[in-house]
Design a protein around this ligand. Structure first.
Ligand code: ZN
Length: 301
């Protein structure tokens, strides 16, 4: 759990300030925080159960690592989560004796797609020359590359990501996942948005290992950074994937998904409270939003 949740802070402050107020007021403030934590706990339990289920599949199928597999070819359910890390800079020297020669170090973004049940994470290293922004189009491009090159070929997939509407929780992501079903790249997809500020999950663990190594390593090029990602774990948990090389060769193709969808699919409004979207081949005509309480499902038309 993150300690920066605005709602937790507000509720805890309200409880603290109600010390001299009547008991029924105090009780209401406590209940408010309890109900918030209950929802957080419910979300966390769902995440843990999805990872545990996927871990059992990995053991049963003798899967040892992420690999390029034909899409929709293996009748299993897999779980992946993805997120951006804070960007890093290079050249970087842990023993930097004085001012740097470079006025501005080069920036490199990191986008990680993690399969927590193996565990392995593909870290997309996005040099500033290869950066196409941090919006939903970029997220879709990296996810698309991941499924094509590292996916286990599962028919059914659960995805977890944070609640950021600019990157993940928007119509383009929803349309991309619907397109995957229609294109027979998956049979069933659920995308789960974690509650804002309660988003500690597997990618953070992998990013932490990566950053730890980065802080202690002399890095003078993108290749050095890539090698640092590989060296950040002993068992190959962190896998580097360059978005493009130093000589300008593009490795991860970027597509204009926004334009691609604009002529095909209608506009849809996403509620900030909805936390799960479910896509299945049989019910794609109307995909379903499960509300935050997970008790109702209704078609989105
Ligand atoms: Zn909270």
């Amino acid at each position: 759990m993150s300690d920066l949740c605005w709602e937790c802070q507000q509720n805890n402050e309200a409880v603290y300030r109600s010390a001299n107020l009547p008991d029924d007021v105090k009780s209401r403030k406590v209940q408010q925080q309890e109900s918030h934590l209950a929802v957080v706990h419910q979300e966390r339990s769902l995440y843990n159960s999805m990872v545990d289920d996927a871990r059992r599949v990995v053991v049963d199928q003798h899967i040892t690592g992420l690999s390029c597999s034909p899409p929709n070819s293996r009748p299993i359910t897999m779980h992946y989560c993805f997120d951006y890390a804070q960007q890093v800079h290079y050249p970087s020297d842990p023993l930097q004796p004085g001012p740097m020669y470079f006025l501005t170090p080069r920036k490199c973004g990191i986008f990680g797609v993690c399969c927590a049940c193996i565990p392995q994470q593909v870290n997309y290293l996005i040099d500033e020359g290869m950066c196409v922004g941090k919006g939903s189009n970029a997220v879709i491009c990296y996810l698309h590359h991941f499924f094509a090159n590292y996916g286990l070929g599962e028919t059914s997939v659960h995805l977890h990501c944070d609640n950021c509407s600019g990157q993940n929780k928007n119509k383009f992501m929803i349309w991309y996942l619907a397109w995957r079903i229609l294109s027979n790249l998956h049979t069933s997809i659920t995308v789960n948005f974690m509650i804002a500020d309660h988003t500690k999950f597997a990618p953070d663990w992998c990013f932490g290992l990566l950053k730890q190594k980065y802080r202690n390593t002399h890095i003078s090029s993108l290749t050095d950074l890539s090698n640092t990602v590989t060296a950040s774990t002993v068992k190959g948990t962190n896998i580097p994937q360059l978005a493009g090389t130093e000589d300008g060769t593009v490795i991860v193709d970027t597509y204009n998904w926004h334009k691609f969808w604009s002529h095909i699919l209608c506009h849809c409004l996403l509620s900030r409270k909805s936390s799960i979207f479910v896509f299945r081949l049989t019910t794609l005509a109307q995909y379903f939003i499960v509300s935050g309480q997970r008790t109702q499902s209704r078609p989105l038309t």
